[in-house]
Write a protein that binds this ligand. Structure first.
Ligand code: ACO
Length: 402
C-alpha cells in the first residue's frame, strides 16, 4: 500500500476508485483480515478462538479497549452495563411516536441518536472513565431498545433487564419473557446467540463502520456517529442481506424456484436478483465467519431437535453456486449472512429483527472505530474528492424562456 496521507494539501491529483475497492481510508489497529487466506482477527486474536470461547462483552472490551479484560475489569464493565441498561423514562415517548409496523432498524437508529439528548453529558466522550461508561451504556441500551421495540410491535409490556444474566441471555429474556413467565434460554441457544454476536462484532472498514468513521471525523459524538452506522447497515447489500437470505430460501421452499433456477437467475444481470449471502469485497476464498456459522447452525438445530427445511435448501444453494463457473470465476462464496438467519430463526427471532441483531453485534466495532478516530491527533475531516462529469458552463435562463 502506498501512503499518500502525508500529502496534506491539494495536489491536483485525484484517484477515482469505484466503491473504494483499492482505497485505504484509515490506519487501524482493531481488526485484521486476510481475504485471500480467510483470516479474521480482532486485536490479533483469531476469530475461531473468540467464537468458541469468548463472551460477547469480553470481545467488546477487547475491541474497544485493546486487550482481553482481567476478572476485575470484566466485573467493573459488567456493573457499568447493568447500571446503564434502562432507558430514560422520557424515551418511552419516542416508542409511542412510531407507527406499530415501523421497521425496527428505523426505531433503533432514531433511538440511538436520541440517547445523546437524554442521558449522556458531552464530557463522557472525552475523559477515559466517561468514555467507558458511554461505551457500556450504548452496548446495554441497543439491547434494551431492540427488545422494547419488538415488545411494542407485538403489543406486549416491556420486559426489564435482569441483572444476573449475561448479555445474550438477558436479551433473550427481554425479548421472550411475558408477565409471570420468565424465559430461560437453554445453554445451546445462549451459546449460539453469543457466538452470532461475537462473529458480527467488527469487520474493519465495511460500509457501516466507514460511515461511523466518516461522521466521527467531523467531530460528531459517539451516538450520532453510531446512529449513522445503523442506517448504513440497514441496506440489503450490507446487514440487510441476512433478511434477504431467508426470503430467498423461503421462495425456493415454497416452490417458486428450485435452488438451481435461483442460482441461474442470480447470474443474469438483468434479473435484478443476486444470490443473497454470497460474495464479499475482501474475502476471495472463504469467509471464516460463514464456515463457523454453518457448523453452528447444524449443531443448534440438532440440539433443539428442529428439522428446518431451509437449512437443507441453503446447503443445496451453496453447492449449486460453488459448482457453477460464474461464482467460481468471480470467487464468490457464502458470507456471514448466509447461515446466520437459520440460527436466528431457530432461536425464535422474527425476520424483521435480523438486521437489528446484526447491529447489536456490530456495536462494539463501531464504538472502537469511533474512539480510534476521536483519539487520533492527526485525524483530518474525511472529505473525498470527485471527478466532475457535469456540463462545463451553462446559462441561467429566465423562467419564461425555459
Ligand atoms: N450474486 C450474483 N452475482 C454476484 C454476487 C451475488 N451475490 N456478488 C457479486 N456478484 C458478481 C457481480 O455482479 C460482479 O460481476 P461482474 O464482474 O460480471 O460485473 C462480480 O460478482 C463482482 O462483484 P462486485 O459487485 O464487484 O462485488 P462487490 O465487492 O462490489 O460487492 C457484495 C460485494 C455487496 C457483498 C456483493 O457480493 C453482493 O451484493 N452480495 C449479495 C448481498 C450480500 O450478501 N451482502 C452481505 C455482504 S457481507 C456483509 O455486509 C455483512
Amino acid at each position: 500500500a502506498i501512503d499518500i496521507s502525508r500529502l496534506r494539501k491539494d495536489t491536483g491529483l485525484i484517484t477515482l476508485d469505484d466503491g473504494y475497492a483499492n482505497t485505504g481510508s484509515a490506519k487501524s489497529a482493531i481488526t485484521f483480515i486476510d481475504g485471500e487466506k480467510g483470516i479474521l482477527r480482532y486485536r490479533g486474536v483469531p476469530i475461531e478462538d473468540l467464537a468458541e470461547r469468548s463472551s460477547f462483552i469480553e470481545t467488546a472490551e477487547l475491541l474497544i479497549f485493546g486487550e482481553l479484560p482481567d476478572e476485575e475489569e470484566r466485573a467493573d464493565f459488567r456493573s457499568l452495563l447493568t447500571e446503564n441498561s434502562a432507558l430514560h423514562r422520557d424515551m418511552r415517548k419516542h416508542f409511542d411516536g412510531f407507527p406499530v409496523n415501523a421497521h425496527p432498524m428505523s426505531i433503533l437508529s432514531a433511538m440511538v441518536n436520541a440517547l445523546q439528548a437524554h442521558d449522556i453529558p458531552e464530557h463522557r466522550f472525552t475523559d477515559e472513565n466517561g468514555f467507558r461508561e458511554a461505551a457500556a451504556s450504548l452496548l446495554a441500551k441497543t439491547r434494551t431498545i431492540a427488545a422494547a421495540s419488538y415488545k411494542s410491535h407485538i403489543g406486549q409490556p416491556i420486559a426489564y433487564p435482569r441483572y444476573d444474566l449475561p448479555y445474550a441471555e438477558n436479551f433473550l429474556h427481554m425479548m421472550f419473557s411475558v408477565p409471570y413467565r420468565d424465559y430461560e434460554a437453554t445453554p445451546e441457544v445462549a451459546h449460539a446467540l453469543n457466538m452470532f454476536l461475537v462473529l458480527h462484532a467488527d469487520h474493519e472498514q465495511n460500509c457501516s463502520t466507514s460511515t461511523v468513521r466518516m461522521v466521527a471525523s467531523s467531530g460528531a459524538n459517539l451516538y450520532a456517529s453510531v446512529s449513522a452506522g445503523i442506517n448504513a447497515l440497514w441496506g440489503p447489500l450490507h446487514g440487510g442481506a441476512n433478511m434477504g437470505v431467508i426470503d430467498m430460501l423461503e421462495h425456493i421452499h415454497e416452490g417458486s424456484w428450485t435452488a438451481k433456477q435461483y442460482v441461474d437467475r442470480a447470474k443474469d444481470k438483468h434479473s435484478g436478483v443476486k444470490l443473497m449471502g454470497f460474495g464479499h469485497r475482501v474475502y476471495r476464498n472463504f469467509d471464516p465467519r460463514a464456515r463457523i456459522l454453518k457448523e453452528a447452525a447444524h449443531n443448534l438445530l440438532d440440539a433443539m431437535h428442529i428439522d428446518d427445511p431451509l437449512l437443507d435448501i441453503a446447503r443445496e444453494v451453496e453447492q449449486a453456486a460453488l459448482a457453477d463457473d460464474y461464482f467460481a470465476s468471480r470467487q464468490l462464496y457464502p458470507n456471514v449472512d448466509f447461515y446466520s438467519g437459520i440460527i436466528l430463526r431457530a432461536i425464535g427471532i422474527p425476520l424483521d429483527m435480523f438486521t437489528v441483531l446484526f447491529a447489536i453485534g456490530r456495536t462494539p466495532g463501531w464504538i472502537a472505530h469511533w474512539k480510534e478516530v476521536a483519539d487520533d491527533p492527526r485525524q483530518r475531516i474525511n472529505r473525498p474528492r470527485q471527478v466532475y462529469v457535469g456540463p462545463n458552463l451553462s446559462q441561467w435562463v429566465p423562467r419564461a424562456e425555459r
